[in-house]
Design a protein around this ligand. Structure first.
Ligand SMILES: Cc1cc2nc3c(=O)[nH]c(=O)nc-3n(C[C@H](O)[C@H](O)[C@H](O)COP(=O)(O)OP(=O)(O)OC[C@H]3O[C@@H](n4cnc5c(N)ncnc54)[C@H](O)[C@@H]3O)c2cc1C
Length: 406
């Protein structure tokens, strides 16, 4: 367990853009994070990926505290918030402050597949969305394949289904699927009759094979794995939306996901800033505290400003969405790109500030972990998944130059 520095967010950022409902949720989640996540965060952030590493106790607590109900309406057993994406963004930021791996379990369980399930018929929502919210089933979103990540089209997606005797027969191979090693079902992008479609696939059914968990650079408690489908029978009713709506459903879910990934960058950046400031107050260099060095004061003034800007962008995108804009651009792309980038920039500075200590996973002398080393490893993936930052810049560029300009 590491010692927890003073949180500076309250001094540097005023939650004035957020509605009261989201601010109340922030204090709820922060209490959970302070009392139940931070004490075990070192373990979450360094554990070796095995199916047994999945944090069942925290997962069940998040369900019990109704965090998985934050995105959903009352009729979906959700909390019925007026600003559900703002609320989800707050949960993500607070979780990522302690453990980005845990935050992504939240995102990849209730946000991506959960939002996709909203396109399902009422029976599908009953069978999958309700257990998702209750935390009795673990969900995944299976889009990426070995040869299709950023570029998703009928030609590149090789997972395919055909209709046989009233149900779909699915074949294909997905990669990097979060929660798959413990997952119950996956909303799965596939091609049916030359159109992209989204099927809900039970992962504990004949013909599904989930590979060993990937061993990753960071986000250790987030378990990812390959999933193979070999003649898997999927009920006809498990098609989400209309035939051919698969990409639209994925993109709608990813709009939520991109705001949340931006927010995870903000949460990690805030944690790295807090750690750095605590360290600079302790560390003496050339007869003065590091906190008195103007070079580093100015550097952290820059970073504190960028963190505030990124947080504002994320909440602005979330607010526009919650006020009825299904795809609020360019704010969503800006939020994902800038939030994840500031996570990386602040983490790099934090390691530099900590000197050699910042490069240590554990100090041999006393076995203490280094929080900023963990954040440095965790933050990189936010620049890649849920639409690499180059894709986000392409979306922003389209707003600048127009869609027709290549
Ligand atoms: C830890 C982790 C968890 C994940 N969880 C999931 C999950 O739950 N479900 C799921 O479906 N997928 C998941 N993914 C996959 C993730 O979304 C993809 O890795 C990501 O979309 C990038 O796809 P790719 O890896 O195939 O890279 P590619 O598509 O091959 O892209 C490689 C690089 O090319 C660059 N690039 C891409 N497009 C452009 C462009 N237009 N212009 C310039 N440069 C460009 C980017 O820098 C990009 O990083 C996960 C991945 C990881 C590592």
């Amino acid at each position: 367990m590491y010692s927890i520095p003073v949180r500076l967010q309250g001094r540097l950022y005023h939650d004035s853009v957020l509605p009261e409902e989201s601010r109340a949720l922030r204090s709820e989640v922060r209490t959970f994070v302070n009392e139940e996540v931070l004490p075990v965060a070192d373990h979450l952030n360094t554990v070796v990926e095995t199916a047994e590493a999945f944090p069942w106790t925290l997962f069940r607590r998040m369900a019990e505290l109704e965090f998985f109900g934050v995105p959903f309406a009352l009729e979906q057993s959700g909390r019925g918030l007026r600003r559900p994406l703002c609320g989800s963004a707050v949960v993500m930021e607070e979780l990522a402050y302690a453990s980005d791996g845990l935050a992504t379990i939240f995102d990849d369980h209730c946000i991506l597949p959960g939002i996709a399930l909203l396109s399902g018929a009422s029976d599908v929502q009953e069978r999958y969305l309700k257990p998702l919210v209750a935390g009795t089933k673990v969900a995944c979103m299976a889009i990426t394949e070995p040869e299709a990540g950023s570029d998703l089209s009928v030609g590149t997606v090789l997972t395919r289904a055909v209709l046989v005797n009233g149900s779909y027969r699915l074949n294909g191979h997905k990669r990097f699927i979060t929660n798959a090693p413990v997952g119950d079902f996956a909303t799965t992008l596939c091609v049916i009759e030359e159109k992209l479609c989204m099927l809900v696939v039970d992962l504990r059914t004949d013909g599904v094979t989930v590979g060993e968990p990937d061993i990753k650079m960071g986000n250790k408690v987030q378990l990812t794995a390959d999933v193979w489908f070999n003649n898997v029978e999927v009920p006809f009713e498990n098609l989400l939306g209309m035939h051919g709506e698969g990409l639209r459903i994925a993109l709608r879910a990813l709009t939520w996901g991109r705001v949340l990934v931006g927010m995870s960058g903000v949460g990690m950046a805030q944690a790295a800033l807090d750690e750095s400031v605590a360290y600079m107050h302790r560390r003496q260099l050339f007869g003065e505290r590091m906190a008195a060095m103007q070079y580093w004061q100015f550097k952290l003034a820059d970073r504190a400003t960028e963190i505030a800007m990124a947080r504002d962008l994320c909440y602005k995108a979330a607010l526009r969405h919650d006020e009825g804009e299904e795809s609020p651009e360019p704010e969503t792309a800006m939020a994902k790109y800038f939030g994840s980038q500031i996570g990386g920039d602040m983490a790099r500075d934090a390691v530099q500030i900590a000197g050699g200590r910042g490069f240590m996973t554990r100090l041999g002398a006393d076995d203490t972990p280094c929080r900023v080393e963990q954040i440095y490893r965790d933050c990189k993936i936010a620049e890649i998944y849920e639409g690499a930052n180059e894709i986000q810049k392409r979306v922003i560029a389209r707003q600048i130059f127009g869609r027709g300009t290549r």
